[in-house]
Design a protein around this ligand. Structure first.
Ligand code: GAL
Length: 419
């Protein structure tokens, strides 16, 4: 059948209208309101997806008038998602909501005028006293609050394969860098990768953990606000220790995401891996039970934190649907549904620890009692510009091993971005 151009344009217009109305609901007054809520994350697989699914199921109960649309872009730490998001925001095509880390990363979006003030919703939903004051401060700029936190993750955790460690004679995780080096030697003698590692941002995480060991919590925090100098002897020592650690890692690290390094542990080909506690959820989702966990050697009572939060972008197609999503994210039920599967702990202070798996119960106790420091690899400590500069410095060091050049790059990045 041949249609005239005018008829085919009309057919296309009717089809578009039909498609649009399936995504809308009538409010009875003849107008339609959008139903779809596009939630943009990088939680596409394993434990991350399981956490998101928990939240989506609660959203289905709380917000039955709306439909969740999964806008996830795979890639650990948002390595791909953040680029896609930046270009969508630049083109005026925001999703209905996206994940952003509390702290400096969130401030970037606020400064760029890309997200809405949610202070009124905090009042309306009774959220103002639901979260710890320090976290609220990290979400607030000039007295306005811009996002709803879903969780608290811990970054400085060392995961191990218990059977591999036992075969190397390691029965207890090290508590100092020196003892750790001795254990890595034992693993090397067994012919496994002693310390599994991935690409740039995972290298930055490992380096941050070494900095915490060598500088301590207070000086480490000063690295991000200009209080601690990056050209100091402490930082030089941390670079030396980090360089030594790299000799125990897989040489193909630059091609690995965090889940590839995790697979070395699961397959019994690796001993240890430094990674955030989304690894607990991911190992559980993948049904690997033989893992150990402890704080990174030498970090003592320091809890390196980050928090995922959700925002209402300016120009979001469905702000009412987004608000319903945000209300679920901030609710006690939403936080439980999400965090039991995500490896993180609730940002809310009223959650019952007993409802969580053993790992999170320990993390809930540590979060309350330990010294809290932020993470640059996950945006609580540093802006996206600072993070990008450090990621590329780490990636470069991974291939050229030039310690002097690394420290110079760190100093240059801090002079441009630390505040
Ligand atoms: C972090 C994020 C976590 C987890 C991790 C690995 O940036 O906060 O929730 O998803 O990346 O992808």
């Amino acid at each position: 059948m041949r249609l005239t151009r005018r008829v085919s344009v009309a057919v296309a217009a009717v089809a578009a209208l039909l498609a649009a109305t399936t995504a809308c609901s009538s409010d009875g007054g003849g107008t339609t309101a959008p139903k779809d809520v596009e939630v943009f994350t990088w939680w596409a697989d394993g434990g991350e997806k399981a956490g998101l699914d928990g939240l989506v199921s609660q959203f289905g109960t709380d917000c039955a008038n709306f439909t969740f649309v999964n806008g996830a872009v795979a890639g650990g730490a948002g390595a791909n998602a953040k680029q896609v998001l930046a270009s969508r925001l630049a083109q005026g095509d925001p999703p209905d909501t996206f994940q952003a880390h509390a702290g400096a990363e969130l401030n970037d979006y606020i400064a760029a005028g890309q997200i809405e003030d949610l202070s009124a919703q905090y009042q309306e939903w009774g959220l103002t006293n639901a979260f710890p004051k320090g976290l609220i401060d990290n979400l607030t700029v000039d007295g306005k609050i811009y996002s709803v936190p879903a969780n608290i993750h811990r970054a400085n955790v060392l995961w191990g394969n218990k059977a591999v460690l036992a075969s190397a004679g390691i029965t207890q995780d090290a508590t100092s860098l020196d003892a750790f080096f001795a254990d890595l030697e034992k693993l090397k003698a067994k012919g496994v990768t002693p310390l599994a590692l991935g690409r740039d941002w995972t290298q930055l995480m490992l380096f941050e953990s070494v900095l915490i060991s060598d500088l301590g919590a207070a000086k480490f925090t000063g690295l991000w606000n200009g209080g601690t100098k990056w050209d100091s002897a402490d930082v030089t020592k941390a670079i030396t220790d980090y360089q030594k650690l790299l000799t125990y890692t897989n040489t193909d690290r630059d091609t690995f995401d965090w889940t590839d390094a995790e697979k070395l542990i699961m397959d019994g080909k690796g001993g240890y891996q430094l990674m955030g506690d989304w690894e607990a959820a991911d190992l559980d989702a993948k049904k690997f039970t033989g893992y150990s966990y402890s704080v990174f050697p030498g970090n003592g009572n320091t809890f390196q934190w980050l928090a995922d939060s959700f925002v209402l972008p300016k120009g979001a197609p469905n702000p009412e649907g987004t608000k319903c999503w945000l209300k679920t994210v901030g609710s006690a039920a939403g936080q439980q549904a999400f965090n039991t599967k995500k490896g993180s702990i609730p940002a809310r202070t009223d959650a019952a620890a007993s409802a969580f798996p053993a790992y999170q119960q320990a993390a809930i106790a540590d979060w309350k009692s330990q010294a809290q420091v932020p993470s640059c690899a996950h945006g609580s400590a540093c802006s996206q510009g600072f993070q990008g500069a450090l990621n590329s410095a780490m990636g470069k060091f991974s291939s050229d091993g030039n310690a002097t050049a690394l420290q110079a790059a760190l100093v240059a990045a801090a002079s441009q971005f630390a505040k």
